[in-house]
Ligand binder design. Structure first.
Ligand SMILES: Cc1ncc(COP(=O)(O)O)c(C=O)c1O
Length: 361
């Protein structure tokens, strides 16, 4: 089906099983609500009341001294890694083979900052302490991603997390947390966000994923490090003339989405249990640990894609945003990010649509 048809079919949908871009509200929802929040004056180059308030709220939630807003996680993480490495006189960062830096950033850490990435562990499972113990070269930073998005949002046990961060501390290896979706982790660990964050020197959280803001992220850490990161933000061309819309929309998320996160995680678990009972479907992880899961469907890729659109066309419900091939030719994968729109669809109905999808394919 032509791409234009696909878009117009999706436009006509009124219900969405996967939350919008992993967020719980659409850009249209955000724009409507921002009008009421905007004050008479915005920020100028990041200096202003609403930006300062957002930065200090997130620093507080993460238990960090300071925080700064950035246009993207890609920019903020590279900057954090550069500073952490430079302070240790080492250039190597170690991280999971499916980390965002490796897969989606065109090796910016290397081209822009002269850093090296030493991937550790197996791409299909989380990093273990044993994986770290095999590293025989000097490492500046250990970057961990909680939850590990490309593994269906898996999380290490608390004990594993403690052991891995202790491994780093014993070797004077700095710790950076890719917490793009950190707000999803509370339910699994039954801890506050700051309990996760305190094990790391620097933490990045996205403002547009879980929180549904209009873009950007926040980098949090010690005051001197964040002050230096602000200098690098200028060097990267990342000091936008205004961060106002980003900051206000992210605050909306803090106020209205964050408190709903436990219900999103429960729904992901319900969906996981229901889909795991459908013939031809597997979920990862089983049970889901955060407000997202990966779903593996038996069937041919194009037939499944067509079936998703047929269901969308006939019933005005989008049940999968994308389908991607897996190493098994007869199995395709999709990601279900759970948010407010997901909650509006009963779990039994979601399972029925997925069963139908596999049957049609
Ligand atoms: C785990 C993870 N880290 C980092 C990023 C980078 O964030 P940004 O899109 O703001 O550059 C993403 C974005 O998808 C992500 O999923």
């Amino acid at each position: 089906m032509a791409e234009r048809d696909r878009e117009s079919i999706i436009q006509q949908c009124t219900r969405f099983v996967p939350a919008w871009a992993g967020a719980s509200r659409t850009p249209a929802d955000v724009f409507r609500e921002l009008a009421d929040r905007a004050g008479p004056r915005g920020d100028v180059y990041g200096e202003g009341e609403s930006v300062a308030r957002l930065e200090s709220r997130i620093a507080g939630l993460l238990g960090k001294e300071s925080a700064a807003v950035f246009p993207s996680g890609t920019m903020a993480q590279q900057i954090a890694l550069r500073i952490l490495c430079e302070r240790r006189g080492r250039r190597t960062v170690t991280s999971h083979p499916q980390c965002h830096l490796e897969l989606h950033e065109e090796k910016g850490y290397e081209h822009l900052h002269g850093l090296h990435l030493r991937l550790v562990g197996n791409r299909n499972r989380l990093i273990t302490l044993e994986d770290l113990e095999e590293i025989a070269e000097p490492i500046g930073v250990l970057l961990l991603e909680l939850p590990q998005r490309n593994l269906g949002g898996q999380l290490p046990s608390w004990d594993d997390l403690v052991a891995q961060t202790a491994w780093a501390r014993e070797r004077d290896v700095a710790l950076h947390l890719d917490g793009a979706r950190l707000s999803q982790c509370g339910a699994y660990y039954e801890r506050e966000l700051r309990d996760n964050a305190e094990r790391f020197d620097t933490v990045y959280v996205s403002l547009y994923k879980d929180l549904g803001g209009l873009g950007g992220c926040v980098l949090a850490g010690p005051e001197d490090l964040i002050a230096e990161a602000r200098v690098w933000r200028v060097r990267h061309g990342g000091r936008l003339s205004s961060f106002e819309a980003i900051a206000l929309s992210a605050e909306l998320g803090l106020d209205e989405v964050l408190p709903r996160m436990p219900s999103f995680v429960s729904k992901a678990q319900e969906i996981g249990a229901a889909l795991a009972r459908v013939d031809g479907i597997d979920v990862l992880p089983d049970p889901p640990q955060v407000a997202l899961l990966h779903v593996f469907l038996r069937g041919e890729l194009e037939r499944l894609r067509d079936a998703v659109l047929d269901i969308a066309d006939e019933r005005r419900i989008l049940i999968a945003r994308w389908l991607a091939p897996t190493p098994l030719p007869d199995v395709q994968a999709t990601e279900l990010g759970v948010g407010a729109s997901t909650l509006e669809v009963p779990t039994d109905e979601i399972a029925e649509y997925y069963a139908e999808l596999v049957m049609r394919a």
